[in-house]
Design a protein around this ligand. Sequence first.
Ligand SMILES: NC(=O)c1ccc[n+]([C@@H]2O[C@H](COP(=O)([O-])OP(=O)(O)OC[C@H]3O[C@@H](n4cnc5c(N)ncnc54)[C@H](OP(=O)(O)O)[C@@H]3O)[C@@H](O)[C@H]2O)c1
Length: 247
Amino acid sequence: MYSIRGKVALITGAAKRLGKATALALAEKGAHIIIHHNSSAHAAQELMKQIQRLGVKAWTLQADLSASEECEKLFTQAAAAAGPVDILINNASIFPRQNLAEFTEQELIANIQINAVAPLLLSRKFAAQAKRGVIINFLDTHITEYHAAYAAYHISKRMLFTLTRMLALEYAPCVRVNAVAPGLILPPEGEDESYLKKHAERNPLRAYGNEDDITAAVLFLIQSGFITGQVLFVDGGYHMKGNTYGV
Ligand SMILES: NC(=O)c1ccc[n+]([C@@H]2O[C@H](COP(=O)([O-])OP(=O)(O)OC[C@H]3O[C@@H](n4cnc5c(N)ncnc54)[C@H](OP(=O)(O)O)[C@@H]3O)[C@@H](O)[C@H]2O)c1
């Protein structure tokens, strides 16, 4: 088992929602946490204090991951603040509703940059530290089908899925690279719990999940020393329905 206690974890988009839940879950296991944020500076500061009260170290770092140079700088600043990073969680993401006929080239590039290129750049810097470590990428259960209403996002998450396996092969044996693919967990911005209730019937388990379901999967993958290149779907079984890609 890979022990989390005393390790340094960099979590992107960690100020709120699933990133925050993951940061707290790792801190509760004894990890020191670098909270990356973009616009959520206040929430990141509040989370830092909450994590420090758990008896571990915490830092906040701001970076706009739509700029490659900020990705590189983020990792350099993280290592300068906390020392070598042991765990990298690529959680930050954008999720715009855009179909194939309508998204602009710039919108497509923005999705790919933030959701796939930024994780790649951070993973390279992480692996270049040449020490043992773990990367977790956040995918989406919809990678198994054609997610037409979120087409640019879908392309970017499919790219991150492929990168998960490529990185796992390239950086073995030092670095393990795995992914979680959440399904119906938190409502998108502007929606409330009624959104989750409405869509729960689409899942074989006829239910929706919560942050604990995600953090349990993340902790499992981090601690499982013999697992790499794996995608763990945390989605009530949704990935088996309408699976157009055979993932
Ligand atoms: N929520 C779900 O049910 C669900 C379902 C399927 C997949 N997922 C995946 O799980 C992960 C977490 O989901 P979530 O709903 O918690 O995410 P989210 O709230 O949509 O986004 C997480 C964070 O990403 C950061 N971010 C966005 N654009 C950025 C940029 N240009 N530079 C740096 N950071 C940026 C934001 O940070 P700031 O707030 O600091 O700007 C935001 O708080 C995502 O990868 C998502 O695709 C979630």
